[in-house]
Design a protein around this ligand. Structure first.
Ligand SMILES: [Zn+2]
Length: 468
């Protein structure tokens, strides 16, 4: 489960979650080759679930004349394969209910979304840049639904569509930095913002960007920085690992390596640094990642020194090696922070490309790239991976904290997903909250069975309760 493969009419097999490490270009090539033969042999997902999900390859010509191929599910085909890449969770099993119906709509090749900022904007003489519709810090009550998506909502959407909020033991060892970046680029092909394909504006950067990313940035820069007499302004969407948020800058090693500076306004920096909530968790994750990375480098630095001293014999070398291995392991297993920013790229100065960031969101993910909203949720996500479970992390998007949906869904508990709840807030009147949840689970899952852990506050469990 959840390492969904599809076999094309050409006989070639593709991994929908990118665990084969195929680049977006290689993926395109395979689809292009199979496209003329798509009517010969039906394409299905690799799951054993029935009824089968029926898929096809669609070809589209973009505004810039390039051609793209997509694997899409027939609209009338099954969407109930839990744990499958083509599984579409219902809106009330995550925070998508917080939007009006117009915010996300299905298209032939994926989805169309309404962002707070348009990707292309024609400025009148002396006109101001568009302003975001949602407040920097969400204050809206659960009853009011948003008419557009913030950077955070968008980052959630990107993650969910790439399948990165789900996990199955088959994915173990296959989700690394480069593959995730590939997958994000591929996902960007399926998202339209207004009338613009996201991928024409999109750049995801691994920690160590190479020539491909450098070229991509230059290409984006060339397209986004407009001639002087043009009033058109184009936004870029940049996703990468975050090191830190400074008063006027987002600090990212990857961007630094590409000589890209991400400048922010103080108000945005302040909103990202507000204590509590997802941004604070992301900053903690960024900090843990930095510490683990520094400790690893420190050990790596010590390594050759041993070899310079032959008198220190093999034992000393081995014990140092163990520390080195441990440091490497800690770094590999460290959580990290993802940043998504909407930015205007400025003309190059001193060899640097400056990006004026209009909106940004930060989100913590585990070592396996699974988002979480609290330290307790992180514990659960890591435990589920360790126990080789298949699960999904429903995402909040821009929905208010009062919106009810499960913190996790176990997907290997046939025949139905099994909801999981972590009560982590000590200020919460959890009995009242629990009653609300019971009503929700009975209605949405037709089950009285739901797992919960009172991690904090009244009646807290010191031990995590056993899993179903
Ligand atoms: Zn399937």
């Amino acid at each position: 489960m959840f390492n969904t493969k599809v076999t094309l009419p050409t006989g070639e097999t593709l991994c929908m979650q990118g665990s084969d490490g195929k680049t977006s270009a290689a993926f395109q090539k395979a689809l292009e080759k199979a496209h003329p033969r798509v009517k010969e042999k039906p394409i299905e997902c690799s799951c054993k679930a029935t009824p089968k999900v029926h898929l096809t390859i669609r070809k589209t010509t973009r505004a810039n004349g390039t051609t793209w191929f997509h694997i899409v599910r027939f609209a009338d085909s099954a969407s109930n394969h839990i744990g499958c890449f083509f599984y579409k969770p219902e809106k009330n099993k995550c925070g998508l209910n917080g939007y009006t119906d117009e915010v996300i709509s299905n298209t032939e090749n994926g989805v169309k979304v309404a962002l707070d900022y348009p990707l292309v904007w024609k400025a009148g003489a002396g006109g101001n840049a568009p302003r975001r519709q949602s407040p920097l810090i969400p204050t809206h009550p659960s009853s009011s639904r948003l008419k557009s998506m913030s950077a955070l909502g968008f980052l959630n959407l990107l993650w969910e569509r790439a399948g990165l909020n789900s996990w199955s033991p088959q994915l173990s060892g296959s989700r690394n930095d480069y593959r995730v970046i590939n997958l994000l680029h591929r996902t960007a092909e399926t998202i339209t913002v207004g009338s613009h394909t996201l991928s024409d504006h999109f750049l995801a950067l691994p920690e160590k960007p190479g020539d491909w990313e450098k070229n991509r940035l230059n290409e984006l820069h060339k397209n986004q920085v407009n001639p002087k007499d043009s009033h058109e302004r184009r936004l870029s969407v940049i996703v990468t690992l975050l090191d830190n948020v400074e008063d006027y800058k987002l600090v990212c090693t990857s961007a630094k390596r590409l000589k890209l500076t991400l400048k922010i306004e103080l108000a945005l920096a302040d909103s990202l640094k507000v204590p509590g909530g997802i941004s604070a968790q992301a900053l903690t994750a960024a900090n843990l990642y930095q510490q683990a990375s520094d400790a690893y480098r420190e050990q790596a630095r010590k390594q050759p020194r041993n070899q310079q001293k032959p008198s220190e014999t093999q034992t000393a070398l081995e014990s140092k090696s163990e520390e080195f291995e441990q440091a490497k392991k800690n770094w590999d297993r460290s959580p990290k922070a993802i940043v998504c920013c909407l930015a205007y790229l400025k003309p190059i100065s001193n060899g640097y490309i400056n990006a004026e960031v209009l909106d940004a969101a930060i989100m913590p993910v585990t070592a396996d790239w699974i988002p979480y909203a609290s330290s307790y949720e992180r514990l659960i996500a890591e435990m589920l991976v360790e126990k080789e479970r298949t699960f999904r992390k429903p995402l909040r998007y821009d929905a208010s904290l009062h919106t009810v949906f499960p913190d996790f869904e176990l997907l290997d508990t046939t025949p139905n997903p099994y909801p999981m709840e972590v009560f982590g807030r000590s200020d919460e009147k959890y009995e009242a909250r629990k009653a609300e949840k019971i009503i929700y689970y009975n209605a949405e899952y037709s089950t009285e069975n739901w797992w919960y852990w009172i991690a904090n506050g009244e009646g807290k469990h010191l031990q995590i309760p056993p899993l179903p």
